[in-house]
Design a protein around this ligand. Structure first.
Ligand SMILES: *Cc1c(COP(=O)(O)O)cnc(C)c1O
Length: 381
């Protein structure tokens, strides 16, 4: 019996274990020197002037909305086709999410779909590099800038993807990242905020640590700690040094992780191209994807529908996933679904599935997946 193939497996090893052991031996496990080092290295890698580590991408998005001044009464345009955290973050600050549709080729919001969703109360937009697919930031900015609307980039899935020759997020005013194990680079849980604005970075840095005027690490460095002040109502959105130590090892490996994912994706693309009724996600003209989610759209010419293909894969002990979720179909947000619907979002949500892609996936494993794609009704010789 062949082994089960998972949809995603993080690539962790002895280096991560050693880095963790060092932190434990140092006696400082909370937010401290390793978090600071991870921030510096991440900012450098993503070509962002400032980076602030957080407990998750969700909390990074919440901080991004706060520091950009978004709150009650404001509308924030988000794609419904995204993990629900993108929409939830808007609600956390008391603002109203407004759903935009996406381009069916990429799964991303575009200037056109953003323009169609803008309201007189729109003050911000959260644009997502969905599944690692780089969004066309210039196209989004052209619409947003004309209305003085802040663009927050949700690059939760985007580490290692590029836009016009630079890392995604590099050109944005403010970008949020995730290090959940389902993403390309992991710290177990964790997130990051990168930004071009020093004032936003400083406020986010304070807000994540109860809005304390002096960080715990700085107070610890002195025997007689200076008195701290709590400048506003803050949060505990800190990353630990244990997580950051793992993140530093993972970040150094990012080019290798992405190269392997892209090789696996290219092999799938070549195999899928001749199969009638299947369409595989592909790089857009303006960038390269890390293929955090390698999705395939199942069309009417294919012998089975999307759910039928998921069952065929499961019968071969291959774990695939339904396509990216649509937030406007979930209970908290059903009332916000636009009357005319979100046709491209619904089409991709209903018609796509995500195939296994991870570093350790072998050609033999991948051939098992491809055999099912070629013959979902059986006869997989
Ligand atoms: C995973 C994900 C998030 C949430 O990330 P966490 O680190 O788990 O909070 C937010 N947005 C998008 C687009 C995601 O894929």
């Amino acid at each position: 019996m062949a082994e089960r193939i998972s949809v995603m497996v993080p690539w962790l090893g002895a280096e991560e274990s050693d880095a963790l052991a060092e932190v434990v031996a140092s006696g400082w496990v909370a937010q401290g020197p390793r978090v600071a080092e991870f921030e510096a290295r991440f900012a450098e890698a993503m070509q962002a002037p400032f980076a602030v580590a957080t407990s998750s991408c969700t909390t990074a998005l919440q901080l991004a909305l706060i520091v950009t001044g978004i709150g009650e009464g404001d509308d924030v345009v988000v794609p419904s086709l995204s993990f629900i955290a993108t929409t939830n973050a808007v609600r956390y600050v008391g603002a109203n999410p407004v759903f935009a549709d996406v381009d069916p080729a990429s799964g991303n919001m575009t200037g056109r779909t953003l323009a169609a969703a803008m309201t007189p109360a729109t003050r911000a937009v959260i644009a997502v590099d969905q599944g690692g697919m780089p969004l066309d930031l210039d196209d989004i900015r052209a619409v947003a800038d004309a209305r003085s609307t802040v663009v927050i980039e949700d690059a939760a899935c985007g580490a290692g993807s590029t836009y016009k020759g630079r890392p995604v997020g590099a050109g944005a005013e403010i970008t949020a990242w995730s290090f959940h194990p389902r993403k390309v680079l992991t710290t177990g849980e964790g997130g990051m905020l990168t930004t071009r604005r020093e004032d936003w970075a400083e406020r986010a840095r304070r807000l994540r640590e109860h809005s304390m005027s002096i960080s715990a690490a700085d107070r610890h460095a002195t025997v007689l700690a200076p008195a701290e002040e709590y400048t506003e109502v803050g949060f505990n959105f800190r990353m630990t040094d244990l997580q950051a130590a793992v993140g530093l090892v993972q970040l150094a490996r990012l080019p290798e992780i992405v190269a392997r994912r892209r090789a696996v994706a290219a092999r799938y693309q070549a195999a899928i191209a001749p199969i009638a009724g299947l369409r595989a996600v592909a790089d857009p003209a303006h960038g390269t994807s890390n293929f955090q989610s390698f999705w395939v759209e199942v069309g009417p010419e294919y012998p089975v529908d999307r759910d039928g293909l998921l069952v065929a894969l499961a019968e071969a002990d291959i774990s695939a996933r339904r396509g990216i979720m649509a937030a406007h179909r979930q209970p908290p947000y059903r009332a916000l679904a636009p009357e005319e619907g979100l046709p491209a979002t619904e089409r991709l949500h209903d018609g796509t599935l995500i195939l296994p892609v991870y570093h350790q996936l072998t050609d033999e494993d991948q051939d098992r997946v491809i055999a099912v794609l070629r013959s979902p009704g059986g006869d997989r010789r």
